[in-house]
Structure formats: C-alpha cells, structure tokens
Design a protein around this ligand. Structure first.
Ligand SMILES: [Fe+2]
Length: 301
C-alpha cells in the first residue's frame, strides 16, 4: 500500500471547519480521493464512527490526553514477550467479533473458530505422532490429546498440519517464562490417512492475561476478572481448506463462563475425561471447510 516514491498530492480544496458539526464532513471530503476503494470505505467508516464516539462521550482535554497516552503505552509495552496491541483488541471483544463475522461470512459447517491470541509462534517444532510437547519436567498432570479432522461431509482429511500451543501448568507460555525451554508446549503434528492425530502433553491451566501493562490498568479500572479458562490452542491448515484457528476449553474450569477475551463458545467447551486407566484424555473432532489456506502473521517472533 505504501509507495514512498509516489509524489504526494497537490492541494485539494476540501474546505475548512466552521464548528464541531462540520468537522466530520470536511475530513470525509479530504479522504474522498483515496484510490483504493476498500481503504476509502474502511477509513470513511472509521472516521464516521470515531467522530460519533467523540460526540457522544465528549472527552475533556485531560481525558483525551490520557487516552492518547494509553495508546502510546500499549505500543511501547509490546515486544518479543507479548503483543499488548493484540491483547487490547482481545479484551475489547474486537478479535472475537472479527472471528465471528468471518465465521458468518464463510457459512455453516465448520468447527467454531476462536481468536488467535497474542502467543502463537509460527515456527514451532515438527513432531512425530504421539510426541510429548512437554519438553521439560515442569510438573502438571499428563494429558493425552486425540483428534480427528474431517470435512463437512464427515470424510477424514489426511495431511493436515495441526499446530498446537498452550500455557504451562503454572499458566505461562514458554516465551513469558525463563524457566521453560524454547518452544515448550508447542508442536506441529500431521493427520494420518484416517484424519487422526494424537499427542501427549500436560493439562493446561487457566491463566490471567498479562496485567503488568496498560491493559492490566484498564482491567483493574473496570473491575474485570483477568483469567481465561484452561484451553489448548489449535491451528489446522492444509491446501484446499480454510485454515481453522481455534481453542478447545476445559469445561470443568471455573472460568468457563468468564473468559476475559470472550473466546468460549458452547461447541468449544471440551471435556477432559479420565479413562478407566486413570489417564486424562481430550478427544475432539475438527471440521475443516473447503477453501483457501491462509496462515496468519505471528503476533510475536
Ligand atoms: Fe491461550
């Protein structure tokens, strides 16, 4: 989008502002020659609703400064350990709204998607079937995960890359925790001829989103419970199918109905069952819809 060699435009007499009522129209006119129609539409809508929000909430100059400072600090708090911008979007329900609108657009028939979250890395280790992704003895109860991937007609899909990531038994992702080895509790598996994959790990624990930055200040100011119910993250991808980014939750978790980032849907409330041998297992069937494979940009390196 950004071609820096392109000369900036000549003066365009979009008019001047007379009062509060006229600002929106003048700004809309100034942006009216945007060549890319989709950018023109998005920015036009953004200005319309942003100005309406300002008219309704009428921030004082002090509140405005505070809001701008908050956004500045959200950017500054982002780095290799967390992406506070993604976190803010998650906490405002925007990430889940985008995911749910995308689900609506692509039609019924697939497994519910859920937000990617701020902790996915795009280079996790390729694993053999059944491999244990708990790469260090960090405690926690052993868990076996057995999945099956099918198309909307129930036919198994072989060769699907299943990328799994989760928080440790203390509720931290490896990149947040110097005690864990690199790529602990992350791995990529592939479905076999019957669409199945399995892996070993430890039971994930619910965790609070990072509260040491500006997003934490906001949560405290709003008296919000910062926890997510325990879950495993999954990204399933194969050429010819829409990539599915989702999470499977532990429906026995106390926070199942109070997810701070709104990722839980009834269909994603999984049952972590104990077998007669005492082993904890999660079984889940994923449905992929035919479409275009798309791998998101990783929020952290
Ligand atoms: Fe998570």
């Amino acid at each position: 989008m950004d071609d820096r060699s392109r000369p900036l435009s000549k003066p365009f007499p979009h008019g001047v502002v007379n009062d509060a009522a006229s600002v929106t129209e003048v700004v809309q006119r100034a942006m009216s020659r945007t060549p890319d129609p989709r950018l023109r539409e998005i920015m036009g809508s953004l200005v319309k609703h942003l100005h309406a929000f300002v008219r309704e909430s009428r921030p004082t100059p002090e509140e405005f400064e505070r809001g701008l400072d908050f956004l500045l600090r959200v950017g500054q708090a982002s780095g290799p350990q967390k992406n506070e911008v993604v976190l803010l979007s998650d906490l405002l329900g925007v990430s889940t709204l985008v995911v749910m609108l995308e689900k609506e657009r692509s039609g019924a028939g697939g497994t519910d998607p859920a937000l990617l979250g701020p902790f996915w890395r795009d280079n996790s280790p390729v694993c053999a079937p059944g491999e244990n992704i708990a790469r260090a003895d960090g405690g926690g109860e052993p868990l076996e995960v057995a999945g099956r991937v099918v198309d909307p007609r129930g036919n198994p899909i072989a060769g699907v890359t299943v990328d799994v990531w989760q928080a440790s038994p203390v509720g931290l992702y490896e990149n947040q925790d110097p005690e864990q080895p690199d790529h602990n509790l992350r791995g990529r598996f592939e479905t076999d001829g019957s669409g199945r994959f399995h892996l070993r790990t430890v039971r994930p624990r619910g965790y609070p989103v990072p509260t040491d930055g500006p997003c934490g200040e906001l949560l405290r100011a709003q008296d919000r419970y910062p926890y997510r119910p325990a879950h495993l993250h999954f990204m399933l991808s194969r050429a010819g199918y829409e990539t599915l980014v989702t999470q499977v939750f532990d429906n026995a978790d106390d926070a199942i109905e109070s997810d701070v980032v709104f990722g839980v849907t009834p269909a994603l409330s999984g049952e972590y069952r104990r077998g007669p041998d005492g082993m904890l297992r999660l079984e889940y069937e994923f449905v992929l819809k035919p479409g275009t494979r798309r791998i998101p940009r990783a929020p952290i390196p």
